[in-house]
Design a protein around this ligand. Structure first.
Ligand code: TXA
Ligand code: MG
Length: 371
C-alpha cells in the first residue's frame, strides 16, 4: 500500500473504470495487486466486494482485519466461470450444475462441499465453501485477469450497510485497503441469494435477487432456512434480541408493522414526538409515503429528514436504493430512523424485507383499532 508521507498514513487508490468496458490496464494493475496478496474493492452486480486472493491465507486474514469481521463468518469465493468451481469443491451435485447453468453469471451463491485446498481462513473451518460467478463486467474482467479465485465479502466495515457506491467503500475502508475500482452504482443493491445445495432439499440461507420462486423452477423443493425472517407477514419479532443486527445504519432503526393507514399515522406521530424531544429524525419512505410526511415542520424543533427509496410497488428500485438511503440518513446525522415494514414477501421484496429487518434495532406492532 502507498503511504501519504505528509499525512503519514496509508492511501487507498481509487481508480475510475468504465463499468461496461473497463480499461485492461487498470484491470491488470488491480489483478496484479490481488495476486500479490493486496485488498481490492470492485463492483459486482449486487454490491461492492472486497477482493483478496482466495488461496493466500495470510492475505485473507488481513481482509478480516480490514473489515473488522469475526473470523467465524466465512467468505464467498468468486470465480469467472462454472468450470473454475471444480477445483474448489469435493463434489458437484447435479442440482448445482443445473442452477449454475440457469442463473450464472448472476446473484446466486451456492454452498458446496469444499476441496481440501480451500484455506480454512476462507471457510471459517467449515466443511463447505460458498461460490459465485458474478455477472458485472468489471468483476468478470478482474477474475479473468487475476486467474485465481477471489474471496470477497461485501466491502463495508463489519455490520455496516453493504456498499452500493465506491464512495461507501471509501467511507468505511479508506486507508485500510489498497485499491478501489470505481465502476459507479451497483444495479441490484442487495447481496446475492445464498443457497445451500449440500442438504436435501436445498435451503436458502439468505434471500436475494434470485428469488425462491425462480430457484424452484429448477429445484422445486427449495426452502427457506427456518426462522431467519418472520414466518408470516404480520408475525412480530417480539424480542429485538432475536434480530441478528446487521447491515445497520448508525442511528437505531425502528420498523412499524400493522395495517397500512395505522402505520402511516404512527410514523407521523412518532416523528413529531421524537422531534419535539429535540431528536433529529430520519424517516425511510416510499415515494408514495413521502407526501404523508413532507409537510412536517416541527416548530422550534430540528427538521425531519426523509430518506426516499422508490415507489412502493417497485422492488428493484427499492432494493437498489436501500443501503444508500440508510447511509444518506446517517450522513444527515439523524439520531433515530423510522420506517414502515415491508409486507410483500414475494420475489425480490423478500430480500428487501430481510435486510430491513436485519438493520432494525426495534419492531413496533401498531394497533389496528385506529385503522
Ligand atoms: O452479493 C454478494 O454475495 C456479495 C458480493 C461481493 O459477491 N458478497 C457478500 O459477501 O455479500 P458477505 O461475506 O458479506 O456475505 C457472505 C454470506 C455470509 O452471510 C456468510 O455467512 C455466508 O455468505 N457464507 C459464506 N460461506 C458460507 C458457508 N460455507 N456456509 C454457509 N454460509 C456461508
Ligand atoms: Mg456482508
Amino acid at each position: 500500500m502507498r503511504i501519504d508521507v505528509e499525512r503519514r498514513r496509508p492511501v487507498t487508490e481509487v481508480v475510475r473504470v468504465d463499468p461496461a468496458m473497463p480499461s485492461q490496464t487498470d484491470i491488470a494493475r488491480a489483478a496484479d495487486c490481488l495476486r500479490r496478496g493486496g485488498l481490492v474493492a470492485f463492483p459486482t452486480e449486487t454490491v461492492y466486494g472486497l477482493g483478496v486472493h482466495a488461496m493466500d491465507p495470510a492475505a485473507v486474514r488481513r481482509l478480516f482485519d480490514a473489515k473488522g469481521r469475526p473470523a467465524n463468518d466465512p467468505l464467498i469465493v468468486h470465480v469467472s466461470s462454472f468450470a473454475q468451481v471444480a477445483p474448489l469443491v469435493a463434489e458437484l451435485p447435479h442440482d448445482a450444475e443445473r442452477l449454475a447453468s440457469r442463473f450464472w453469471p448472476g446473484a446466486l451463491t451456492l454452498i458446496l462441499r469444499r476441496a481440501p485446498s480451500v484455506p480454512h481462513a476462507v471457510t471459517a473451518s467449515l466443511e463447505t465453501v460458498a461460490v459465485r460467478v458474478p455477472a458485472h463486467p468489471v468483476a468478470h474482467a478482474l477474475l479473468l485477469a487475476a486467474s485465481v479465485p477471489i474471496a470477497a465479502p461485501s466491502a463495508n466495515l463489519f455490520s455496516r450497510p453493504s456498499p452500493t457506491l465506491a464512495a461507501h467503500v471509501l467511507d468505511d475502508l479508506d486507508g485500510r485497503i489498497d485499491m478501489i475500482l470505481d465502476g459507479g452504482p451497483t444495479s441490484v443493491g442487495v447481496e446475492s441469494t445464498v443457497l445451500d445445495v449440500t442438504v436435501d432439499p436445498p435451503v436458502v440461507l439468505r434471500p436475494g435477487a434470485i428469488s425462491i420462486e425462480m430457484l424452484r423452477t429448477v429445484v422445486p423443493a427449495a426452502e427457506f432456512a427456518a426462522g431467519f425472517t418472520p414466518a408470516s407477514d404480520h408475525e412480530a419479532m417480539s424480542s429485538p434480541g432475536l434480530l441478528s443486527k446487521h447491515y445497520a445504519p448508525r442511528a437505531p432503526l425502528t420498523i412499524y408493522q400493522g395495517a397500512s393507514v395505522a402505520v402511516g399515522l404512527a410514523l407521523r406521530k412518532a416523528a413529531i414526538s421524537a422531534a419535539a424531544r429535540g431528536q433529529r429524525v430520519g424517516v425511510l419512505v416510499s415515494t408514495e409515503d413521502a407526501g404523508l410526511l413532507s409537510d412536517l415542520d416541527i416548530v422550534g424543533g430540528p427538521p425531519v429528514v426523509l430518506g426516499t427509496l422508490a415507489s412502493e410497488d417497485n422492488a428493484e428500485a427499492t432494493a437498489a436504493r436501500l443501503y444508500a438511503t440508510l447511509r444518506e440518513l446517517d450522513a444527515a446525522r439523524v439520531d433515530v430512523i423510522l420506517a414502515r415494514d415491508i409486507v410483500n414477501a414475494h420475489g425480490l421484496w423478500r430480500a428487501v424485507r430481510d435486510r430491513l429487518h436485519r438493520a432494525a434495532a426495534r419492531i413496533v406492532v401498531v394497533g389496528t383499532e385506529t385503522a
